[in-house]
Design a protein around this ligand. Structure first.
Ligand SMILES: Cc1cc2nc3c(=O)[nH]c(=O)nc-3n(C[C@H](O)[C@H](O)[C@H](O)COP(=O)(O)O)c2cc1C
Length: 179
């Protein structure tokens, strides 16, 4: 399967990015994971600009989504909400429909951050994405300095991530989205 990983944090040493990198180390053979790195470069969503041709960073984001059989998002919570840059990115694909019927796993690196997860799931469902509850695992990384390799080598944490990957694989196979 082709997986697109999106971290909702722009921070250099983001725990959410470390979690996604750990996931990439545990990929089943034959799967490919790409990181979407353009979150901070997207223009503010403006329906007046949501026309063809889309602004180049928006076009690149949509292309990456079209490449992906499934999407994995790991996001922090800011003031009980979804980070603005992530919500902005999602707003750019409401009209284009690039997330319609796309399986999405929501990782959560902080067990106490429940508001953003719920809001993110609601937004994605509104956009007709398929939020996979069983692949949406919470991994307690808050305050942890573990790097991706250490997370992947921790059998308890790795098992949670592998569960997410298995559910994603099952759902991409059955959806028939894979080329
Ligand atoms: C401006 C700001 C607001 C935050 N608000 C919340 C919050 O409402 N709830 C929460 O659980 N954590 C909150 N946090 C903590 C972050 O979600 C937490 O530090 C997270 O691990 C950061 O993710 P990262 O390591 O990937 O950057 C906030 C952090 C910042 C900087």
């Amino acid at each position: 399967m082709n997986l697109l990983a999106i971290s909702g944090s722009l921070r250099a040493n983001s725990s959410n990015m470390r979690l996604l990198k750990a996931l990439s180390l545990l990929l089943p053979s034959g799967s490919v994971l790409r990181f979407y790195e353009g979150l901070g470069n997207l223009p503010h969503f403006n329906p007046d600009l949501d026309v063809e041709p889309a602004p180049p960073p928006v076009g690149a984001f949509r292309e990456q989504l079209r490449w992906a059989d499934a999407v994995v998002i790991s996001s922090p919570e800011y003031a009980h909400g979804v980070p603005g840059s992530l919500k902005n990115a999602l707003d750019w694909v409401v009209g284009s429909g690039d997330l319609v019927e796309k399986p999405v796993a929501l990782l959560n690196a902080s067990p106490r951050s429940t508001f953003a997860q719920a809001a993110l799931a609601e937004t994605l469902r509104t956009m007709s994405a398929v939020v996979l509850e069983e692949a949406s695992v919470t991994i307690p990384l808050r305050g942890s300095k573990q790097n991706a390799e250490e997370i992947a080598a921790n059998s308890e944490l790795a098992a949670l991530l592998q569960t997410a990957l298995q559910v994603l694989e099952t759902n991409t196979q059955s959806s028939g989205i894979s080329p």
